[in-house]
Design a protein around this ligand. Structure first.
Ligand code: PMP
Length: 491
């Protein structure tokens, strides 16, 4: 039944026009900003350049790829002057808003003073930022390295833990994403991003503790206002699913590595993997097992950091764990290229056996931006905004599970949410790619940009700039509802 339905749906998609119906489009919230009229190369010219000069490994998103020309806070405009609510933030990166005026002013002012020196010299933007960032970190996490991206940050974290422990093996979770450099692509466990060249030496992946799709999971596993629709036989305060996944990790440790490991990587909530949350207690138990093997624990906060989860500044805090190394990127610079690795003096000392240089890491421009982003997060109550609006969003979105056949799961925390689309609620089989694409394109046509993720790209990711307001939440819910209704009526 399920198969025949999806084949029929597929056929329909290949022949029929888009869902979009102007009359059913929810009204975009007001916006005071007037963008410039776009005067750059035509859409056709850009497409032409794309086909001639851009690598085919950069896959197009949307059936008519967007040519974006201007951004202001939570808004984006395309070449035709159409306005979109950006609920994906350039892949969870524009943290405080596109071209945030305070950040733009700080950058403009620094641009007239000093662009670049390398870490060989002292500059006040880098040193002041290190002090500010370290003040936000708990415990002994006080030494900051600066990079240009998340992959570089995780590359460095791998080197740090290997150097410190003098061990080689690293454990990560299946379905994780930690980067695309030759070193980190080995850590990443998502086939859609893997190339065939040799990678992953010494890296072992344990079963992903996914309480929705995984072998184990129940009705209380997640630190979220929205739980799975699975049953649970756990007593109060107990999580059997967590224990089962920890047993899997123990099995990996017993069978695939020797006496010692260098460490363990995990995202506090998986990002690219589709906003997957682990059962409560899993990360804590995993850290204990890794430390029993002499390893260090790395929290990849590239997506979850800087208050996005609402309850805490850092995702690892919401799991009650203390990592030895924390990696950051994306939201740290609101779209400006910067990454960071924060660790303890002890770990940093072990790495000082040789010199380390990253030419652009910590440059005055990126550190000025990152510093102002931290000010804005504090001054504008960004973390609280994530908590309050995230709660409203997930409460409303989770109702879609009861209303629409294709909505299998709604999960996440703060402004890091995921909606998993399924072909069958019982089996949790993913909704086929063209159908998800159709619904997703429909949302875009109505003015809403959300992301896609998960192994089957069937999870809609809602991770906006953290400056959104109640009207934006209402619009997001209205557009999603309309898109699911359009889909339901088309089958
Ligand atoms: N870690 C996580 C959790 C990520 O989501 C990403 C990027 N999607 C990276 C690392 C790699 O970051 P970058 O693309 O800046 O190298």
């Amino acid at each position: 039944m399920m198969l025949s339905m999806s084949r029929a749906t597929l056929r329909r998609y290949s022949t029929s026009a888009r869902f979009y119906n102007e009359k059913l489009r929810p009204t975009l919230p007001e916006c005071q900003y007037n963008p410039c009229t776009y005067s750059g190369p035509s859409y056709k010219k850009i497409q032409d350049i794309r086909s001639k000069h851009m690598p085919p490994s950069i896959k197009p998103v949307y059936s008519e790829p967007l040519l974006l020309t201007e951004g202001k806070m939570q808004w984006l405009w395309d070449d035709k002057g159409r306005r979109y609510l950006d609920m994906f933030a350039g892949i969870v990166t524009v943290s405080v808003g596109h071209c945030h005026p305070k950040v733009t002013d700080a950058l403009t002012s620094q641009m007239g003073k000093l662009w670049h020196t390398t870490t060989s010299y002292m500059t006040s933007p880098m040193y002041e930022y290190a002090e500010k960032l370290a003040a936000l970190m708990p415990g002994d996490l006080k030494i900051c390295f600066f990079t240009n991206s998340g992959s570089e940050a995780n590359d460095l974290a791998m080197a740090l833990i290997r150097e410190h422990t003098k061990a080689f093996d690293i454990i990560a979770l299946r379905n994780c994403y930690h980067g695309a450099s030759p070193y980190t692509i080995g850590l990443t466990a998502n086939g859609g991003w893997k190339h065939g060249y040799a990678n992953g030496f010494g890296i072992h992946h344990t079963m992903n503790p996914d309480p929705y799709k995984g072998v184990w999971g129940g009705a209380h596993c997640r630190d979220s206002l929205s739980q799975t629709d699975r049953k649970c036989a756990c007593a109060e305060g107990e999580c059997q699913a967590s224990q089962h996944y920890l047993d899997q990790l123990q099995d990996v440790l017993d069978t695939t590595v020797g006496k010692n490991v260098a460490g363990f990587f995990a995202e506090p909530i998986q990002g690219v993997g589709g906003s997957v949350q682990y059962p409560k207690g899993f990360l804590k138990g995993a850290y204990e097992k890794i430390r029993a093997k002499g390893g260090l624990c790395v929290a990849d906060e590239v997506q979850t950091g800087f208050g996005r989860l609402g309850s805490h500044m850092w995702g690892f805090e919401s799991h009650g764990v203390m990592p030895d190394v924390v990696t950051m990127a994306k939201g740290i610079g609101n779209g400006f290229p910067i990454g960071a690795v924060v660790t303890t003096p002890e770990v940093a000392r072990s790495f000082a056996v040789a010199s380390h240089l990253n030419t652009f890491g910590g440059n005055p421009l990126s550190c000025t931006v990152a510093s102002k982003v931290l000010d804005v997060i504090k001054e504008e109550g960004i973390q609280k905004n994530c908590e309050v609006l995230g709660a409203k969003l997930i409460t409303e979105l989770s109702k879609f599970r009861d209303e629409f056949e294709v909505v299998g799961d709604v999960r996440g925390k703060g402004l890091m949410l995921g909606i998993e689309l399924v072909a069958d609620k019982e089996t949790r089989a993913p909704l086929d790619n063209p159908t998800v694409g159709r619904i997703w394109n429909d949302m875009k046509d109505m003015g809403l940009i959300v992301g896609r993720g998960g192994l089957n790209l069937n999870v809609l990711r809602v991770k906006p700039p953290m400056c959104i307001n109640e009207h934006d939440v209402d619009f997001t819910i209205a557009v999603m509802k309309q898109a699911f209704e359009n889909h339901a009526q088309s089958i």
